[in-house]
Design a protein around this ligand. Structure first.
Ligand code: SF4
Length: 700
């Protein structure tokens, strides 16, 4: 058995520091557990993170595959990489916008940076984005607009000091177990309280002192009603507003009439009062996908930030705190994102672009002039035949994207290169498959939701035939632009050094963080401009505020509620919403068992079931939206509002129902709400037009 070594859990963005070690024959991780010395979690861990690290489900990819005669067949790395390079070079002869690259918040910082460098510096394509667009883009856009930076101001250190914990459109009990433990601990103190805003009675909501269930898609109306109530009851901090904000008067002019807003949200004035009164205490407002994955996601996040600004809930123990899902969402953004260069530098800034081209040693003219349309827009470009080759890395858009049937068709029509550790629905669409190392086999760093960079280490070698993400990316990059990287295998620390140097002097300064420092301190929060500094509460130091906006002030918004993009009607009279199960990881590629043919389980109120009885057959029904049909089992659950259907996000068929309409500011899709109806499974079996199987769907 190998010596235990420190690493970081890649299951979620809490970023717990762990110890892990190899089993006796060094083919797998024998054990992992919380590292008591790690500053993020002080030894605490959760069973699902440990389980998925030590005994992941899913089916590993262990050899490169190429599609021949309609099926994927094993090949060697030289052949696979030769085909990949040839197809990229052919596509580039049609222009740099003939290639799309889709990355992930599950890559290390080093791999994410390297992939962005190939996409922007070697290909020069505008069609580059990561699946973080599907989870945090709205929160990030809101932070940027309000504060000039794009990460939450508070840190985990603020949780014990908060008195009110307002969890809005998030379920940390399922999605972030260790973080949830901290919140619950703080909320259970004598002066603490937990308020949950969620249409559904989630695991977190069941523990709440107050649970408020707005109509799905009305969070913005609810947030504005609370702000109006704060203004009427005097729960505002005029000193903070006058000294540190701008746009307050314009915001006042944009506020709705409270009765109208309350009516839209479907809540009572008493519930609005409950939130407004709680904001008079030190408050952290946490939010998640229930806010972000909406056509009004950015506006709603701005409204929550406005609540913090207006009530003076800024500074230690308080503030707006979006809860990131994927382990390294933040790292993928710092490394290089759709709209920015390393360190969140402005995409269009001529000086930055010149610098990047010089450091990468590529022609300035190759860097794309536009940041591209984002993940959903890239899929549209694929569907329209505008792209010749698409490369996906550690992401499963055929399952995770809204309107997944459309996505799958688009991926099948393009020459698709898929790099991943596990079989997935996207692998099924691929022309070349590149098997990559996963947790426990890779070296690098990751960045958690509170800006902490922490080492990821390998306890074991990957299986024979599998290569490191970073080495695959470098091998492809060097075939397109010789010398873009050193000769693989690359030393991840040298890639991290290149990345951190590029962030020096930026708002996300990593330059003072090195592998040597991480070996001593285990995790360091950015901004860290020197080898002995690290970030704390953002924008606030020694009682002074300085935001990263041009004025140095935080900005209020003038956002207003608008109706959901797909309201219910006579044909589709029910609202579908989705959420996470604690035990399943994202699209399930490393948590579903092989051959898992379980139907998804939909939760519905007994009155919903009663009103649609002809649509059920032995506890099953078929949920239909304008885009697809999915057979499900039904759990009667009166914690789900009448007229709402709840489905878990983790099975491929679910997103055949969801809507790809995006938030106009963040390009994040409206995954959380669409209109559906129920159909009897037996009717569909004789319905030759049914486009979706109604027999048990493949669980993967
Ligand atoms: S809370 Fe998240 S990061 Fe921590 S051990 Fe659990 S899954 Fe891993």
């Amino acid at each position: 058995m190998s010596d235990r070594q420190p690493t970081t859990c890649m299951r979620c963005a809490v970023g717990c520091g762990l110890f892990h070690h190899a089993d006796d024959d060094e083919t797998g991780v024998a054990d992992a557990r919380g590292n008591p010395a790690h500053p993020t979690n002080s030894g605490r861990d959760c069973q699902r993170g440990i389980r998925e690290m030590v005994t992941p489900g899913g089916k590993r990819l262990t050899t490169p595959l190429v599609r021949r005669g309609g099926s994927l067949q094993a090949t060697d790395w030289d052949t696979a990489l030769g085909i990949v390079a040839t197809r990229f070079i052919e596509a580039l002869s049609n222009g740099s916008d003939s290639i799309a690259v889709l990355g992930s918040g599950q890559q290390t910082n080093e791999a994410a940076y390297a992939l962005g460098k190939v996409a922007r510096g070697a290909f020069g394509t505008p069609y580059y984005d990561a699946n973080t667009r599907l989870c945090m883009a709205s929160a990030v856009t809101a932070y940027k607009q309000a504060f000039g930076g794009n990460a939450p101001p508070p840190t985990y250190d603020d949780i014990p000091d908060a008195e009110t914990h307002l969890v809005w459109g998030a379920n940390p009990a399922a999605a972030h177990p260790v973080l949830h433990h901290w919140i619950a601990n703080s909320a259970s103190k004598q002066d603490g309280r937990l308020i949950v805003v969620d249409p559904v009675k989630s695991a977190t909501a069941r523990e709440a002192d107050v649970h408020i269930q707005p109509e799905p898609g009305t969070d913005l109306a609810l947030a504005r009603a609370v702000l109006v109530q704060c203004l009427e009851s005097g729960t505002v901090d005029t000193t903070f507003i006058e000294a540190h904000t701008e746009g307050f008067d314009q915001m006042l002019g944009s506020l709705p009439d409270i009765e109208t807003a309350v009516d839209i949200a479907g809540v009572s004035i008493e519930q609005i009062n409950a939130i407004a009164e709680a904001l008079d205490y030190k408050t952290l407002i946490y939010w998640g996908m229930g806010v972000n994955q909406s056509a009004q996601g950015t506006a709603t996040a701005r409204a929550l930030i406005d609540l913090c600004l207006a009530t003076g809930n800024m500074g230690p123990g308080t503030g707006p705190f979006s809860l990131t899902g994927q382990a390294n969402s933040m790292g993928s953004r710092i490394s290089l994102s759709k709209g920015s260069w390393p360190g969140h530098q402005e995409f269009t800034d001529p000086a930055v672009r010149k610098d990047i081209a010089r450091i990468w040693d590529v022609p300035l003219s190759r860097l794309p002039l536009t940041p591209g349309p984002g993940f959903v827009g890239i899929i549209d470009a694929l569907a329209q035949g505008n792209i010749d080759v698409c490369w996906t890395v550690a992401t499963n858009p055929a399952s995770g994207m809204p309107d997944a049937g459309y996505v799958k068709n688009a991926l099948e029509d393009v020459f698709l290169i898929t790099q991943d550790a596990f079989y997935s629905e996207t692998v099924d669409c691929a022309d070349v498959v590149l098997p990559a190392a996963t947790w426990g086999e890779s070296e690098g760093t990751t960045t958690n939701m509170e800006r902490r960079v922490s080492r990821v280490t390998a306890a074991v070698e990957p299986p024979a035939g599998v290569r490191q993400d970073l080495d695959i990316i470098a091998a492809i990059g060097n075939r397109i632009e010789p010398g873009l990287f050193g000769t693989p295998p690359l030393d991840p620390s040298s890639v991290f050094d290149e990345l951190r140097a590029l962030t020096a002097g930026t708002t996300a300064d990593l330059s003072g963080i090195s592998y040597e420092r991480l070996a001593d301190e285990l995790a360091v929060r950015w901004p860290a401009p020197t080898a002995d500094s690290q970030g704390g509460y953002q924008y606030h130091s020694d009682g002074e505020w300085s935001f990263d906006t041009d004025s140095g002030l935080a900005a209020f918004s003038t956002v207003t509620h608008s109706s959901v993009p797909e309201p219910i009607d006579e044909t589709y009279p029910l609202t579908l919403t989705t959420g996470r199960l604690a035990e399943v990881y994202n699209t399930g590629v490393r948590s579903h068992s092989q051959g898992d043919t379980e139907l998804p389980t939909a939760r519905m109120h007994s009155k919903t079931v009663g009103a649609h009885l002809p649509s059920f057959d032995r506890g099953r029904t078929v949920i239909e939206s304008r885009r697809g049909r999915v057979a499900v089992r039904v759990d009667v659950d009166d914690g789900v509002p009448v007229g709402v259907v709840w489905l878990p996000i983790h099975q491929a068929t679910i997103n055949e129902l969801t809507l790809s309409k995006v938030d106009p500011e963040s390009d994040e899709p409206n995954l959380k709400q669409c209109a559906v109806t129920l159909r009897a499974p037996r009717q569909l079996r004789s319905d030759s037009t049914a486009s979706v199987a109604v027999e048990p769907a493949n669980g993967r």
